[in-house]
Design a protein around this ligand. Sequence first.
Ligand SMILES: [Zn+2]
Length: 403
Amino acid sequence: MEGLRTRGHDAALRAVAGMTRGAAPHAVLLVGPEGVGKTTLAMDLAAGLLCAAEDREARPCGACRGCRLVRSGGHPDLHLLGPDGPGRQVVIGGSGSRARGVRDLIADLALLPVEGGARVAIVGSAHRMNEDAQAALLKTLEEPPAGVTIVLCADAEEPLLPTIRSRCARLRLGPVPIREVEAILATAGIDDPALAARTARIAAGRPGRALAWAADPDALRTRDALARILLDLTEHNPAARLVAVRSAVAEAAAAVPVAADPPHPTRPPGRGQTPRPKAGRSPAPPEPSPTEPAESDDRETEAAGSTRTPASERRRAAEVVVAIWTDVARDVLLATEGIVGSLRDPRLLEETERTAGALDPVAVGRFIDRLGRAGVLLAGNVGPELVMDDLALAWPHPGIVPA
Ligand SMILES: [Zn+2]
């Protein structure tokens, strides 16, 4: 088991060890929030299934040819698939399609294994599989080729057909404890303990997200600035709130590459947990939600008329602001109760306590519910400006206790 890279998911690792030792399952569904370590665990399972160590208990050994090829991303019997094309969806693909999709994966799996052993397919961001792709994959799940294990990694399982879910062994990955995330960051070469401690808290148990924040100081600074704007907002009148939130969304666009879903890795993770390339300010393409066809973006941009930023990008930026706002509101609520030891961002302690002192905890609690609904509305294709304006006006005012 020397070859394992996953940390902080002991129960899931025990289940994976069972799959490596016994009969390999045909299909596995790994479910958990983005950045929690699904891809790393999927690669560990792949290494375990493709490892050549005599002692099954020792798989993945981390040293044999199979393990090394999995690690380097060059194993001929490991097939990776992820979102492709402008809509950032996992598509059906196949002949005539420029995007690689499920049909291409099925064609790969129809061939004989190159190394003569097991074959593994990993579908990243499987919650972004469109209906055609899911229907195509279902046939393979119903009659899987011999020796093939298909691993689906999904942030949420609801977008997947019940018939797909029912054919998979399901493993849920929950948040990783903060200390464990700090250790993962240290292993990945983040040698600044203060930075590691801070990003581990902000990432809320998602090592992949913590690594992304730690690798991008600019995005971290943008996050700080946005959190301060949101804390100050309580003192503003409605008109000023609307202006401030719109500009916050514009600023969040700069943090989108790091804060949004990472692209599916075309190469396996190296050290640590689901690492990603250092996020810059420009490389990430806009990623609409799975329910949002790419064409609707253009229509919405046209209708809005006021800006050239694609609707999908504005939606992503709004989602970033909602995520940061949720952390800010959560910390304010904790501060109203005097529980400052669990703050997600202790660096803003002073501002958070000042805001908390002026607000009614019940109103803050209601607002946190509203942030949750905002996330659902954004995913459901409601205009981001509408959602953000509503939040700007609903963020509690000092001294006003709701009826
Ligand atoms: Zn091995």
